[in-house]
Design a binder for this molecule. Structure first.
Ligand SMILES: O=C(O)C(=O)C[C@]1(C(=O)O)C=C[C@@H](O)C=C1
Length: 388
């Protein structure tokens, strides 16, 4: 039997992929119809029962088409996540009409290819048609761009699963007038990137931002002879290594970003934590409201009296008001060495009655308290289908 003609098959694949894109576009239109319906009905965006039912039906249909369950589940997790994010963006723009803009100016650390840049692309993917990028050399410059009206939003890394909270950003939040209006998490896959054909053994100097260096400390501890050079962003490290074009220098960063500078990865998975994520916050000059149909987070900072149990008393107020705290970080207060500033993230909308009550009660027992922002939660955990 004659073997299929490769060019003919490829032509058929291209035609089929075009049909798939047309169907995905149609499904997005339907998601927007659902969003309009939920705007009127105030029903929550997420309906995990519906997702469960949908996935079970799709897995059954998939079986009859020789499509295995894990594959079908993976594809539709991505499609449903897109649908949720699209609906959330629609509802958020409806209740915050002055945030609607076809073009937004976004400040972030580094240049094209930095993790901050990748996070900005992901966050604004469904929120603006055009992003004007303001790459900065320091976090202070990033915040200053928005405070001075040169940018509409700033994107700042706040924590990483390997290296923990990013203290410089927490400290900057203490004194800025900006408000947190969003969050986005990006997987951080640190790779060893080089400009020329070489091997790990030949590398004598590695360039990167201090965050990837901290997150890859275990890998780097096995390279005592290698010099580690800090840069102000991973994109700057890419630039240096690309310009040097030597076989004994490398950068640590993400492969997609490195590719923009002509670098290739000769080693991947360098981070201490294999599931390595960085969470970024998005800040702006004005706060936003979060639609009741969307899971919200509120971040506030507070300092407590210097007496035993003062922090416990504050946290008990959250418990008594049935509010789940999902993050607690403490930072020294510059110039006040014996007092700490606590950063608290709660899974609650700032306009909810129980958080309003809790903030009133916290106001009575803290020496300082300030809400940094209320914003949609980035956590869109997939619904796992229960199949017999
Ligand atoms: O049917 C709904 O309620 C939708 O919002 C649509 C949809 C989907 O894309 O299939 C998206 C989110 C929900 O959690 C359930 C399903």
């Amino acid at each position: 039997m004659a073997s299929p003609n490769l060019d003919t098959v490829r032509k058929d694949i291209s035609g089929t992929d075009k049909q798939l894109l047309e169907l995905l576009a149609k499904r997005r239109q339907l998601s927007m119809e659902v969003a309009k319906s939920k705007l009127a009905s105030s029903k929550p965006v997420r309906d995990t029962t519906r997702e469960q039912q949908l996935l079970v039906e799709l897995i059954e249909t998939g079986k009859s088409l020789q499509l295995d369950a894990p594959y079908v589940t993976q594809v539709f997790h991505s499609i449903i996540e897109d649908s949720v994010l699209l609906q959330q963006a629609y509802l958020q723009q409806h209740i915050n009409p002055d945030t609607i803009a076809h073009k937004v100016r976004v400040a972030f650390l580094g240049q094209q290819g930095s993790y901050s840049h990748l996070a900005a692309q992901k966050y604004f993917a469904r929120k603006a048609e055009e992003v004007i990028e303001h790459g900065c050399k320091t976090f202070k410059e990033v915040i200053g761009k928005v405070e001075n009206g040169l940018a509409d939003y700033a994107l700042l890394p706040i924590e990483n699963t390997s290296s923990g909270g990013i203290n410089e950003v927490y400290d900057l939040l203490q004194h800025t007038s900006l408000h947190i209006v969003g969050e986005v998490s990006v997987p951080v896959e640190h790779c060893l990137l080089v400009a020329t054909a070489t091997s790990e053994e030949k590398i004598k100097t590695i360039y990167s931002h201090f965050q990837p260096i901290a997150q890859c400390s275990e890998y780097l501890s096995h390279l005592p002879e290698v010099a580690i050079e800090r840069t102000d962003a991973t994109s700057h490290a890419f630039e240096i290594v690309a310009n040097m074009a030597r076989d004994d220098v490398a950068a640590i960063g993400n492969a997609d970003g490195g590719r923009l500078y002509g670098l290739t990865a000769i080693r991947t998975g360098l981070a201490n934590q294999k599931q390595n994520y960085s969470r970024f916050i998005v800040v702006a000059r004005k706060p936003i409201d979060v639609a009741e149909q969307i899971p919200a987070k509120t971040t506030f900072i507070m300092s407590v009296k210097q007496r035993p149990g003062a922090l416990v008393d504050a946290l008990i107020i959250l418990k008594q008001n049935n509010i789940n705290m999902c993050k607690l970080e403490s930072r020294p207060i510059p110039g006040n060495p014996w007092e700490e500033m606590f950063y608290v993230d709660v899974e609650s909308n700032v306009s909810s009655s129980n958080l309003i009550t809790a903030m009133e009660q916290l106001n009575d027992i803290t020496t300082f308290i300030k809400i940094l922002g209320c914003y949609p939660s980035d956590d869109i955990s997939p619904t796992e289908p229960v199949v017999d």
